[in-house]
Design a protein around this ligand. Structure first.
Ligand code: NDP
Length: 236
């Protein structure tokens, strides 16, 4: 893998953390494509501003997801960022909404990682955006979301071993509260979330992107099967 000619695919890159990741790879001179499902305008703007290629594709649709990855050919870096957050009393939550979240947060990263690895370059990088809630769930209503994010931990440990002989690394980046549409810094739960943190502010999407860039870079070739938490001490 050469540092200046990498081929990157970000699953779920139109907004928030994903858009910051697309931006940083593009600034780095990499060849970047990203998928999106609902935010056509944001995707078009990001494409225009960064030169990254926007691809309309629902990550919950396994066959479509696999087709998009196959169409990219030999990737150097796959980032799976698309995710949903369904919170609430488990006794009241809509079971279909929970299952859709599991489809997007668990099934999609698994199938995406496996498909990308089929043709990935030696020394390639697979990076999944998990959550500190995979380690710690300090409030009510987050059981199903935490389930999806701790599932990523087991997946990364296993796939790191499956693909390690080819020098492919598999890692999870675990943000804490991060200022995006999913969890705005001025949202109603901010004060409660900051009360769990040592650095009492939301993480910036660019900070998460910086960690992803490092994991994709030359110094991280021996970092695999690991969780990388960036959470202002939420999980400390
Ligand atoms: P946002 O809701 O702000 O953005 C989500 C992104 O994922 C959008 O670009 C969206 O694209 C894309 N996406 C959603 N569903 C699909 C789908 N079915 N197919 C393709 N793309 C999809 O979320 P964040 O940026 O906050 O979160 C990104 C990741 O970080 C998630 O995995 C989340 O769980 C995780 N995370 C976030 C935290 C936070 O506090 N914000 C904390 C910890 C983890 P579009 O709108 O075009 O569909």
């Amino acid at each position: 893998m050469t540092e200046d000619s990498r081929k990157i695919l970000v699953i779920g890159g139109s907004r928030g953390i994903g858009a910051a990741i697309v931006q940083r790879f593009a600034e780095n001179g990499d060849s970047v494509a990203f998928t999106y499902a609902g935010s056509a305008e944001a995707a078009a703007t990001l494409q225009k501003n960064t030169g990254a290629v926007a691809v309309l594709s629902d990550a919950s649709d396994r066959e479509a997801l696999i087709a998009v990855i196959r169409a990219q050919g030999k990737l150097d870096v796959l980032v799976v960022n698309a995710g949903a957050l369904v919170l609430g009393n488990p006794l009241d939550l809509d079971a279909d909404a929970v299952d859709r979240m599991i489809d997007l947060n668990v099934r999609a990263p698994y199938h995406a990682a496996v498909e990308a690895a089929r043709s990935m370059a030696e020394g390639g990088r697979i990076i999944i955006i998990g959550s500190v809630n995979g380690d710690r769930m300090p409030f009510e209503g987050g059981a199903a979301y935490a389930l999806t994010k701790s599932a990523m931990q087991g997946m990364a440990r296993g796939l790191a071993r499956d693909f390690g002989a080819r020098g492919i690394t598999v890692n999870v980046v675990q943000p804490g509260p991060t200022d995006t549409d999913m969890n705005p810094a001025n949202g109603p739960m901010s004060d409660a979330m900051h009360s769990f943190m040592a650095i009492k502010r939301h993480v910036r999407p660019t900070e998460v992107a910086g960690m992803v860039l490092w994991l994709a870079g030359p110094d991280a070739g021996a970092v695999t099967g690991a969780m990388h938490t960036i959470d202002g001490g939420f999980g400390a």
